[in-house]
Design a protein around this ligand. Sequence first.
Ligand code: SAM
Length: 221
Amino acid sequence: MGGPPDFKTRRERLVESLKREGYIKSAEVERAFLAVPREEFVTEDNRGYSYADNPLPILCGQTISAPSMIAIMLEEAGIRRGMKTLEIGTGSGYNVALLAELVGQENLLTIERYPELVEWGGGNLARTGYGKVKVIMGDGTRGYEPEAPYDLIMATAGAPRIPKSWIAQTKVGGKIVAPIGSSTFNQTLAVATRMEKEEIDIRWGTPCAFVPLVGVEGWRR
Ligand code: SAM
């Protein structure tokens, strides 16, 4: 016997601990975490850390978020199958794959500002069976008008405020889930519901530390 446990066993152990600690609450989010192989969304040198509950460095100085943080966001979003969803910040593609399990690939778009990450994250998605998700290169602080309105906009980079275009592109009653803070790497998770007249009702959640959302309606470099 001996040797390290295989990735599937490690994934199951991580999911058990995320449930025990209260991050995963619903059967749907549990099923998604069990279905997506995180080891396929990290760099080669970090494969051994795939199932530690930590963010890990990826390309372009960016990160794949910690599983517990993603679980919090997915649970807060109140996701149902069929929700038209825009993810901002493709990165590795891992969160997109989880969203694909929850809303269905055909209902999902993701946008990324670095061409290298569009290629790498998109490649990770295609290789693992999530190739129907639309991966767009662009500035996600503007949302993505051609396919609006959305039931859900989920950002995985931290913004100084919720961009006006996200509010305009969310259906009345839809949600925006995003880390918002007055400094980079120091945010609070905002769970906003779109009201009439392009207004939102914000509930503030967990403190978090995401890489900055850089763009016209985000941080300026
Ligand atoms: N969802 C990613 C994952 O599962 O790996 C998380 C990636 S990282 C925490 C955030 C990503 O947001 C980075 O890849 C970064 O390049 C991207 N980003 C930052 N500003 C952006 C913008 N204005 N539009 C699109 N993507 C942006």
